[in-house]
Each structure stands twice: as structure tokens, then as C-alpha cells.
Design a protein around this ligand. Structure first.
Ligand code: BGC
Length: 419
């Protein structure tokens, strides 16, 4: 069969995404401490909170076990990264977003761990040796305990510690060999869950502190940008913003439309507008389409993923058009995927997403890359281990055995034929 000419440029970044705390294992940060303090309680309340999920019967023993809520050994990516990178390569992927764990390199205030810097140097070198483009992600929600104890990002005075950390990143890592750096992961999600709804550490429920934290994250990003650019002016720097495809349930209803506008501005654009002069590309994560009826989201009841999230993969298309229209900068999808223990939806999700991306490119959107979440099954924050997002399944009870899911095999074949 003749190969159809692909609309995706041959330099398109096809990749996968991970975060240090979710895969490495044996991290010690503010999240690790929080897990230990809430695991029993999370396990107890899981029956109430999760029993309506279609896969409840399948996951109930895991979800009711406190061990599920402890990141522990992770999926041992810290030690097995060479194997994981080789799997990534076999899957025909050419790029990888991974996290740097601040609590490893600066476990105590002002004390730097040389061996840990060396680890990340080797890690990056391994990606480069395999012709995989590294997308270094500097911060993905975890903080060294000493820094969290000082109030973390909610205290403006603490920004100086972040500046020092990023300067050190520039000194210690092969910053001249990197092309892409992502500064922050989903500032909106972090500020909301940590400081507004109080579901995540530090479990504060205070709109004022949430707003201050969000504002501080703008400043933090800008500082990171300046420091990184000074070290390597060629670096392409962005964030991984969480954008939702927010729509009015009743299209001509004044209330639904007004709520939609406010939500779009507050959730999607506020942060990106503020940092726009300090980003070379727009990076965004897409998981959700939300239809608003009044103040509440009112989504169709199917199809849903294992976490009960309504799935509309093609919702990435209107977002791509809007991001392009708003910012006129290259776009990289920094995360996108589904929790799917039985691998029922992942292939469909990927197919629909690629169709949506093709449509956007055909309309002139400068989309440069797509990173699937995630390469490996990983620790899904407050939900723990039961949600399975990996292209590659990891059996934590059987020596961390990696097995490539069928959807991933299908995707790698598609990539082979369409690159
Ligand atoms: C986060 C990931 C998370 C994924 C699935 C994203 O918002 O950046 O860390 O695992 O969503 O929930």
C-alpha cells in the first residue's frame, strides 16, 4: 500500500509525558508526607466516593487498601529509566517530557546533592543518545519539605528559593544541549486543589491564599523564563497549562453563555495571558470538555473513563483553534490521555485526537507536538495507583514488569506508517 502523505510534519514531536513523583519511586517531598498522613482515611472513604464508577468491582480491593494511596517505590523509573526510554523508542516516539524532582537535588535548604544532579545528567544524556528530544519539566506539583514548610509558593518571599534552584538547574544540567523546557505544570489545578477546595496538600481552603498563590506562580514562571533564557537564549520555553473545552449546555441561554465566558477566562486564559511575553510556545494538557448549565457542569453520561471523566477527545480541536487565534505561537500538547484499565478506550481516544489535530493543522494551526499521558502506569495523586493511564502497563506486584498495551502497539504502527 502506498504511504499516504502525512499532514504531520516529519519533525513533529510524537512523545509521551511523565512526572517525577508519579513514576520515580522513593521521592521525599511534601506530597510523600501528605500521602502517609491521609492514606487510611482515603482508603476508608473510597467506597463512598468511588462506588458509582463502572469499574468499581474491578478496583475495589485496591482502592480500599491504604497502600494504594502511597507512592512508595513508584514504578521504579528512577532505576529503570534506560529500559523505559528503550520502550519509548520502540514505540516510534521521538520525544519525552519528564520531571526534575527538586526535593532530590536540594533535599535541605541550600544543600545540593551532587549524585542526584549526576543522575539527571545521565538521564538527559540517555535520551539524547537515543535521539529522543528531551522536554525537561522543572516543576510538577511537588516541593521539598523544607520549602513547603516555609509556605511554598503561597509566600511571595519564597520566590527567591525558586530562582536559586533554577539558576542551579542551568549550572548543573546540560542546558546548552536542551531545546525545550517546561517551567510549571498546571498552575490553575495546583492553586485550586491545594488552596481553594483543599483536596490536596497543603489542604487550605482560602480563596485569598489561592489567588495569591496563582499570582505568585505567574511571577515564578517569568523569573524562570528570564534565568533559563539567559543561560541558553535558544531554549524554547513554555508551561504545561491545563485547558478545558468549556461550552454552554444551552447555546443561546444567557446564563450558560456568561458562565462559560467567565470560566474560560479564569481557567484557560488568565494565566497564559499574563505570561504571554514569556513563552516561546504554548504548551497545554487536554483531558476535559465541560458543558455548563448555569453554574454547574452538566456533561453527557457516556462515554466515561475509569475515573468517571466524560470523554470528548475531539474537544481538543476548538482549543487548538482558540489557542492559535489568541497567541499565534507554536503549540505543543504536553499531556493528553485516559484512565483505562481494560484498554478499551485508549485507541479510540488516540484516533479521535489525531483526527482533531489534523483538522487543526489543516486550518493553519502551528501544532508542533503531541505528548501522550502517560508512558507508564503511574501514581495518580490523591487517587493513588488504581487509575491506569499508561501506554505501558506496570505490574507493581510482579517485579515492576512492563507490558506494552495493545492500544500502544496500534499507535506505534500508525506512527510508523504516518511519520
Ligand atoms: C496532571 C498529571 C495527572 C493527569 C491525569 C494532569 O492534570 O498533570 O499529573 O496524572 O492530569 O489526572
Amino acid at each position: 500500500m502506498d504511504k499516504q502523505k502525512s499532514i504531520f510534519n516529519k519533525n513533529f514531536y510524537w512523545g509521551a509525558s511523565t512526572a517525577s513523583h508519579q513514576v520515580e519511586g522513593n521521592t521525599h517531598n511534601q506530597w510523600t508526607e501528605w500521602e502517609l498522613s491521609v492514606a487510611t482515611q482515603q482508603a476508608k472513604k473510597s467506597k463512598n466516593t468511588l462506588k458509582d464508577l463502572p469499574i468499581w468491582d474491578q478496583i475495589k480491593s485496591e482502592a480500599q487498601d491504604p497502600k494504594n494511596y502511597i507512592s512508595g517505590k513508584g514504578v521504579d523509573h528512577y532505576n529503570q529509566y534506560e529500559l523505559d526510554i528503550s520502550i519509548l523508542k520502540k514505540l516510534n516516539l521521538n520525544s519525552f517530557r519528564f520531571g526534575l524532582e527538586w526535593s532530590r537535588v536540594e533535599p535541605e535548604e541550600g544543600v545540593w546533592d551532587k549524585a542526584e544532579w549526576d543522575h539527571y545528567k545521565k538521564y538527559i544524556q540517555n535520551l539524547l543518545d537515543n535521539n529522543i528530544e528531551p522536554f525537561l519539566n522543572i516543576w510538577h506539583w511537588t516541593l521539598p519539605v523544607w520549602f513547603a514548610n516555609k509556605g511554598g509558593f503561597s509566600n511571595r518571599k519564597n520566590i527567591t528559593y525558586v530562582n536559586r534552584f533554577v539558576s542551579k538547574v542551568c549550572e548543573e544540567l546540560q542546558i546548552d544541549k536542551l531545546k525545550y523546557v517546561i517551567t510549571l505544570n498546571e498552575p490553575n489545578v495546583y492553586a485550586s486543589f491545594g488552596y481553594l477546595t483543599g483536596e490536596w496538600p497543603p489542604q487550605i481552603k482560602n480563596p485569598f491564599i489561592a489567588a495569591v498563590t496563582y499570582i505568585n506562580l505567574v511571577k515564578i514562571h517569568k523569573n524562570m523564563y528570564r534565568i533559563l533564557k539567559k543561560a541558553n537564549p535558544k531554549l524554547q520555553i513554555g508551561v504545561a497549562a491545563q485547558l478545558a473545552n468549556i461550552q454552554a449546555k444551552r447555546p443561546h441561554n444567557f446564563i450558560d453563555q456568561s458562565v462559560t465566558k467567565i470560566m474560560r477566562y479564569g481557567w484557560n486564559w488568565w494565566f497564559l495571558n499574563r505570561i504571554n511575553k514569556y513563552q516561546d510556545f504554548v504548551g497545554f494538557n487536554y483531558y476535559f470538555t465541560d458543558y455548563y448549565k448555569g453554574l454547574k457542569s452538566s456533561n453527557p453520561s457516556v462515554p466515561k473513563n475509569d475515573l468517571g471523566w466524560y470523554m470528548e477527545p475531539e474537544g481538543i480541536y476548538p482549543l487548538l483553534l482558540k489557542v492559535w487565534r489568541h497567541y499565534k505561537k507554536p503549540i505543543i500538547i504536553t499531556e493528553n490521555g485516559v484512565a483505562d484499565i481494560n484498554d478499551e478506550h485508549r485507541r479510540w481516544w488516540l484516533e479521535q485526537t489525531m483526527v482533531a489535530m489534523k483538522r487543526a493543522i489543516s486550518e493553519g494551526v502551528d501544532l508542533r507536538g503531541y505528548m501522550h499521558w502517560s508512558l507508564l502506569d503511574n501514581f495518580e495523586w490523591a487517587y493513588g495507583w488504581w487509575p491506569k493511564f499508561g501506554l505501558v502497563a506496570v505490574d507493581r506486584k510482579n517485579n515492576m514488569k512492563r507490558s506494552v498495551r495493545s492500544s500502544a502497539l496500534w499507535w506505534s504502527e500508525w506512527l510508523q506508517n504516518n511519520k
